[in-house]
Structures are given as structure tokens and as C-alpha cells.
Write a protein that binds this ligand. Structure first.
Ligand code: CP
Length: 314
């Protein structure tokens, strides 16, 4: 593996899930692999899980880690080429990325979308600039459109909890108070179609995701109908792709125990952070139905298998 920005960077996603499960049994077995190697973690946006799980994954492999909150700790970075830099931005991405590539063997980058200009967001300007100018492998820590480390952890979690050979997995839209990216849902839709599952998506009209990521997955609009017989309910809010960045008002899409009654004792997943009783009710999060904590725990093994594969190619 030379970079990790989407499922397309992975030759065999199913095999990667199995490798992660093996790694989880013995996470310190490759302490020498990362010796004298440095991981740089660059955050243009907030994080709890991605930051801590990536640091732990790197430590498990013996790597050094440098973390920077770019917008707070560094110079303001100019992304556009050919501009007169006489404003507030003191450093160009061409130098910033190239210099970071001098200090780090692998760079992780988190950069969310602005959710105002769909075309600009879906061009992945920041992630692609690091790929172009850093000279080292780049790992997405969640980009404008995708969150592959989360999706890999999600598939690891489903593999651990599935009770049938081909579980029914439903991605459901849920309400939120502000506009959130489509990245987790786009990415989960892409990855889950590489697993042996029956996958469908349910959302209010107007919240259809880009077909570039959902492919041929069935799209439903009735949450109760979609939940019938489900083994896994993946809950996530996303703002509208069509009416770009619009927030949904459908508060009755919150996932609670009453709605789970028609499922096959479904396990409930969410990438976190989650707003209780807006997105998922307490009676789900505090019950046996919820697997959000082990799901977050698997972020370590998702990051670790990716770093291990890239280190093996350096
Ligand atoms: N799920 C996830 O990526 O969490 P953070 O935003 O806290 O990193």
C-alpha cells in the first residue's frame, strides 16, 4: 500500500479486515517495523478518536509521532497557486507539505469540507496537495469526502459481531443540529460493498448521497421498512449532497429502542461523536444493542494495519 485515501487504495479490502483481526490478537508483534520512522499527524479540524487511535497504532509499531493542529499551531497556509501572497497567509502549501515530508516518513491529514461549495469540496484540494507536494505516503484522517480509517474499523467491527454469513446492514440518516459532512456515509457505503452483506441506505428525500460512492446500493425512504430484519443499524447524520450543506429537520428519525423492535436484535453503530437523544436515544446507547465503544476501539487496529502495510512498502 502506497497511500490510504479511499478503499480504492486497497488491493483486497476483505483481506485487510482479516489482517487487522490477526493484528488485534498480537498488537505488539511488529514493534521493530516502525523503529526510527516518524508519523506526522496534521489536523485542520478537531478530533478525539482519530488523533488518539493513530498515535496508539503508531506507538504499537514502534514509530515516533508528531502531531500538529495546523490552523492553530502553524503558519496560515495558502492553498492556491500563482497568487500574490501579500495577505495573512505566510506559507504556501508547496513549501509546507514538502518540508513536512522532510521530517516524516508518513503523513496523516484531516481536512473537512466547507459545505458551501460542493465542487471545491469534492476536489479534495488539501489532501491532494499533500499527496502532490509532500513526497511521502499520505493517510487520510478524514477528508472532505471520505473517512477510510473509520470505514475499515467499521468492517472489522461487523466481522467481529456478525452472527450470520450474510448480515443485513442498514445505513440510516439521523437528525442533527448543524451541517455535517457526507464523508463517513460516503466512505461506509463504498467499503461495505466489499463485504458479504445485504446493504441498504435509508434517508429522507433530498438526502441522497453521491452515486459515485453508493453505487448500486438500494435506497429507501421509510425507516421502519428499512429496519425490518436488520442485523446492523449504522446511524449517521449527513447534510444534503443535492441541496449542498442543507441540514435536515426530520427530528423523528432519531434511533431509539422502539424502532429497533422490527430488527433482528440489531447491533447499533455510530462513528462518534454522537449527540445523545438527537441522533441516538439513551435507551439504545446505554443498552446491549450499542457497539459504538468497541467500534471506536477498533480504530486502533484499522490505523495500525494501514501503517504496517505502508511501512512494509517504504
Ligand atoms: N470518528 C472519528 O473520526 O472521531 P474523531 O472525529 O473524534 O476523530
Amino acid at each position: 500500500m502506497k497511500q490510504f485515501t479511499s478503499v480504492k487504495d486497497v488491493a483486497n479490502p476483505k483481506e485487510l479486515v482479516q489482517k487487522a483481526l490477526e493484528l488485534k490478537k498480537n498488537p505488539y508483534a511488529h514493534k521493530q517495523l516502525g523503529l526510527n520512522r516518524t508519523l506526522g499527524l496534521l489536523f485542520f479540524n478537531s478530533s478525539l478518536r482519530t488523533r488518539m487511535s493513530s498515535q496508539k497504532a503508531a506507538a504499537n509499531l514502534g514509530m515516533n509521532v508528531m502531531v500538529m493542529n495546523v490552523t492553530q499551531d502553524s503558519w496560515q497556509i495558502e492553498m492556491e497557486d500563482g497568487v500574490l501572497m501579500d495577505g495573512g497567509k505566510a506559507e504556501h502549501i508547496r513549501e509546507a507539505a514538502a518540508v513536512m515530508g522532510q521530517y516524516c516518513d508518513i503523513l496523516g491529514v484531516r481536512s473537512f469540507p466547507g459545505l458551501e461549495d460542493r465542487e471545491a469540496d469534492y476536489q479534495e484540494v488539501i489532501l491532494n496537495a499533500f499527496i502532490k507536494h509532500s513526497g511521502v505516503p499520505v493517510v487520510s484522517l478524514e477528508s472532505a469526502t471520505l473517512h477510510p480509517l473509520q470505514s475499515l474499523a467499521d468492517l472489522i467491527t461487523i466481522a467481529e459481531y456478525q452472527q450470520t454469513a450474510r448480515p443485513k446492514v442498514v445505513l440510516t440518516w439521523a437528525p442533527h443540529v448543524k451541517a455535517l459532512p457526507q464523508a463517513v456515509s460516503n466512505s461506509f457505503s463504498e467499503w461495505i460493498q466489499h463485504a458479504d452483506v445485504d446493504f441498504s441506505i435509508v434517508q429522507p428525500k433530498g438526502f441522497e448521497l453521491s452515486e459515485a460512492f453508493t453505487g448500486s446500493a438500494p435506497v429507501l425512504y421509510d425507516q421502519k421498512e428499512a429496519f425490518e430484519g436488520a442485523d446492523f443499524i449504522y446511524v449517521k447524520n449527513w447534510s444534503s449532497y443535492k441541496n449542498y450543506g442543507a441540514v435536515g429537520e426530520a427530528r423523528d428519525w432519531v434511533v431509539n429502542q422502539e424502532k429497533l423492535a422490527v430488527t433482528n436484535q440489531a447491533k447499533v453503530m455510530h462513528c462518534l461523536p454522537v449527540r445523545r437523544n438527537v441522533v441516538i436515544a439513551d435507551d439504545v446507547l446505554d443498552s446491549e444493542s450499542s457497539i459504538v465503544i468497541p467500534q471506536a476501539g477498533n480504530r486502533v487496529y484499522s490505523a495500525q494495519i494501514v501503517l504496517k502495510e505502508i511501512l512494509g512498502n517504504l
